[in-house]
Design a protein around this ligand. Structure first.
Ligand code: SME
Length: 161
């Protein structure tokens, strides 16, 4: 059993403690699936107001569903399509206040309103993306984006396979 000390104070404290917990949970483990699965679980437990949290992997230039928490989701997403495909194609974090206003958004769960997608880059390679969905519009801000980018910098070499 794992138990982590996560501060319930500011968002900065939340991401600081989440980073430390993720480091402890994945340090020394080289299996990409195990590390993505535990990362998705930890993020799901710690970050409030999510309805989906998980990974899509770059499999031969297409995003394929990886470990996640939430409802069953779309399995394959072409680069350039939807929020995840845009993050993969541009290698830039996508912070979307209202997915219904995002051209080409792929609705996997009708409850989703806001979305944050962070590309996972290791060396020159795009490993995949971290996708977070929330039922609350405007749920994610620049602090969430920076916090998740820091988590992904830690995790990238541990899920690169
Ligand atoms: N909404 C995403 C698809 C993935 S699901 O939300 C899990 C998108 O537009 O890329």
């Amino acid at each position: 059993m794992y138990s982590f000390d996560i501060a319930a104070g500011s968002k900065a404290e939340l991401y600081r403690d989440l980073h430390a917990a993720l480091d402890a949970l994945t340090a020394g483990e080289s299996d990409a699936v195990a590390n993505m699965a535990n990362a998705a679980s930890l993020i799901w437990q710690v970050l409030p107001d999510l309805n989906w949290a998980g990974f899509y992997r770059n499999v031969g230039g297409e995003l394929v569903l990886g470990p996640f928490q939430g409802k069953a989701a779309c399995i394959r997403i072409p680069f350039g399509k939807g929020v995840c495909g845009t993050a993969a194609a541009t290698r830039a974090t996508q912070l979307v206040a209202d997915v219904h206003a995002f051209p080409g958004h792929i609705a996997c769960d009708a409850a989703s309103s806001a979305e944050l997608v962070v590309p996972v880059i290791h060396g020159d390679a795009l490993v995949g993306v971290l996708d977070l969905d929330s039922p609350t519009a405007n749920r994610f801000d620049a602090e969430d984006a920076a916090g998740c980018e820091a988590l992904i910098r830690l995790l990238a070499p541990r899920i690169a396979g």
